[in-house]
Design a binder for this molecule. Structure first.
Ligand SMILES: Cc1ncc(COP(=O)(O)O)c(C=O)c1O
Length: 458
C-alpha cells in the first residue's frame, strides 16, 4: 500500500480527499489510503486487485446470509419497480412493512407484538429508550426517566445511544453526554473490575443494578439496556445466571428491560434470538444488522403488548405518537428483509450457526495455549480471542491495542478480515460458513498469532 497521500492515485486518492471514515485513525488513513473491497461471494470478499479475503466479521457482524445472493437483488428490484418509497407516517402503510412486522412478531420472544422500524441499531435503541420514558409518563410515573447500562456496552453513536454506550472512546470527544444515563460494571470475568471471581462473586456486577436503583430511587429509573453478549466491548459472554438475575431485578423494580440484540439477533449464537439461551422475556428488543444481512439498512424496535396497550389507551385523545423516521417501514428495505429471513429459514442457517458454531468454538479453543492468547470465548458463530503480553498476570500490550492490531494486520495479509477491539480479536463469520472454512479461519489466525509472537521476540 502506498505510504503517503501524495503518492496515492485514482480511487485511493479520491477516498482520502473526500471520504470521512467512521472509527478510523484519520492520520494513518490519510497516509496509507483505504482498503477498497469490490465484490463478495459467500463468506469471501475481494479487493480491487482481486485478492480474496474471508469476511471473518461478516462485514460489521451483519452479512449473515453471505455475499452475492441473486435472490436478494431480485426481491429489491421487484419492490423498487412496484413502489420505491412510501411513508408509514400519518397512518399510511405498505405491503412489505406489514408482512415484515407480522413475520417478526412470530419469531421473536413471546409477547413482543409491535414493531417500529428504523434504519439501524442506534436509531432502534434511541426509539426504545424514548419509548421507555413515554410508557412511564403514560402510566403516571413521569419521574422514571433514568437509563442504566454497563461499561463496555455499545449501543450506537446517536446522542442517547452514545450516552448508554459504556466505551469511553466513543464519547470522550463528544461530551457532555445526555443527562440521566448511569453505568454499572460489565460481567467481564476475565478482567473483573470488582476484582472478584465467579462464582464466589455472587454476581456482584449484576447486583450493582439493584444498588444503583436503590441509590437513585426506583421511581426515577425507566429502563436497563444491555447486549446479551457485549459485542464491540470485546465479545464478553456472561455467566449463565447473570441475565436471569438482571431480569428479576428489573421486574421487581418496575424497570423496563431493553435487550439489544443488534448483533446477536437472527441466529448468530445458534438460536434465532440470544434471549432464548437465557429464557428472557424482555419488554423491549432492539434489532438491526442481520435483519437484512446488511443488504440494505434496517432496524426494528420491538415492544411488548402491555407497552403498546398503554400507548393505545392512555395517550390523550387526538395526540399522535410523535416519533418516527422518514425511512421507518421503507418498502424496499422491508422486502429485502423478508427475502433475507426466507433464506435463513429455508437454509436452516440458525441450525448451522448452532452446529458449525459449536465446532468453531471448539477449534478456536485450540489457540488458547499460544503464548499471547489470554482467553478464547464466544457462543455459536461469535467469538473473541483476547491477546495479552503476559499470560501469567494477564498484562495487556504496550501501547494498548498494539497486539491486536499486529495480529489483525497479519491475518489480513493472509486473507482474512477480523476486528481488533484493542487487543481483543472479534470474529463473527457469515452463518453459511462450513467446517472446512472454519478450519481455514483458525489456521490463518494461528499463523497470524505465531508470526506476531516471532516478531515480538526480535
Ligand atoms: C449491540 C449494538 N447495538 C447498536 C449498534 C448500533 O448500530 P448502528 O451502527 O446500525 O447504528 C451496534 C453496532 O455495531 C451494536 O453492535
Amino acid at each position: 500500500m502506498t505510504e503517503n497521500a501524495g503518492q496515492l492515485t485514482g480511487l485511493y486518492k479520491e477516498d482520502v480527499e473526500h471520504l470521512l471514515h467512521p472509527v478510523t485513525q484519520l492520520k494513518n488513513h490519510f497516509q496509507q489510503g483505504p482498503r477498497i473491497l469490490e465484490k463478495g461471494e459467500g463468506i469471501y470478499v475481494f479487493d480491487l486487485d482481486g485478492k480474496r479475503y474471508i469476511d471473518g466479521l461478516s462485514g460489521l457482524w451483519n452479512v449473515c446470509i453471505g455475499h452475492h445472493r441473486p435472490e436478494m437483488a431480485k426481491a429489491i428490484q421487484e419492490q423498487v419497480e412496484k413502489l420505491a418509497f412510501s411513508p408509514t407516517f400519518f397512518g399510511f402503510s405498505n405491503i412489505p412493512a406489514i408482512k415484515l412486522a407480522d413475520k417478526l412478531a412470530g419469531i421473536v420472544p413471546d409477547g413482543l407484538t409491535k414493531v417500529h422500524f428504523t434504519s439501524g441499531g442506534a436509531e432502534t435503541n434511541e426509539t426504545n429508550l424514548k419509548l421507555a420514558r413515554y410508557y412511564h409518563k403514560l402510566i403516571g410515573k413521569p419521574n422514571k426517566t433514568k437509563i442504566i447500562s454497563r461499561r463496555k456496552a455499545y449501543h450506537g453513536i446517536s446522542m442517547g445511544a452514545m450516552s448508554a454506550t459504556g466505551i469511553e472512546t466513543y464519547w470522550k470527544m463528544f461530551e457532555p453526554m445526555a443527562p440521566d444515563f448511569l453505568h454499572i460494571a460489565p460481567p467481564y470475568c476475565y478482567r473483573c473490575e470488582l476484582h472478584l471471581t465467579y462464582p464466589s462473586c455472587n454476581l456482584a456486577c449484576a447486583r450493582q443494578l439493584q444498588e444503583v436503583i436503590d441509590r437513585e430511587g426506583r421511581d426515577t429509573v425507566a429502563a436497563f439496556i444491555g447486549e446479551l453478549i457485549l459485542g464491540a466491548g470485546g465479545v464478553i459472554v456472561p455467566p449463565d445466571d447473570y441475565w436471569p438475575l438482571i431480569q428479576d431485578i428489573c421486574l421487581r423494580e418496575e424497570v423496563l428491560l431493553i435487550i439489544d440484540e443488534v448483533i446477536t439477533g437472527f441466529g448468530r449464537t445458534g438460536k434465532w434470538f440470544c434471549c432464548e439461551h437465557y429464557g428472557l422475556e424482555p419488554q423491549m428488543l432492539s434489532l438491526a444488522k442481520a435483519i437484512t444481512s446488511g443488504y440494505l439498512p434496517l432496524g426494528a424496535a420491538m415492544i411488548k403488548d402491555e407497552i403498546y396497550s398503554a400507548m393505545l389507551e392512555r395517550t390523550p385523545t387526538g395526540m399522535p405518537f410523535m416519533h418516527g423516521f422518514t425511512y421507518s417501514g421503507h418498502p424496499v428495505v422491508c422486502a429485502a428483509s423478508l427475502c433475507n429471513l426466507g433464506i435463513m429459514e429455508r437454509e436452516d442457517l440458525v441450525g448451522n450457526a448452532a452446529r458449525t458454531g459449536a465446532y468453531f468454538q471448539e477449534r478456536l479453543k485450540e489457540l488458547a495455549h499460544l503464548p499471547i492468547v489470554g482467553e478464547v470465548r464466544g457462543k455459536g458463530l461469535i467469538a473473541a480471542v483476547e491477546l495479552v503480553s503476559d499470560k501469567s498476570n494477564r498484562d495487556p500490550f504496550t501501547p494498548p491495542g498494539s497486539g491486536g492490531a499486529a495480529v489483525a494486520q497479519r491475518a489480513y495479509e493472509m486473507g482474512m478480515i477480523c476486528r481488533a477491539a484493542g487487543d481483543i480479536l472479534a470474529l463473527s463469520p457469515p452463518l453459511i460458513i462450513t467446517k472446512q472454512q472454519v478450519d481455514d479461519m483458525v489456521e490463518i489466525l494461528r499463523q497470524a498469532i505465531e508470526d506476531t509472537v516471532r516478531e515480538l521476540k526480535k
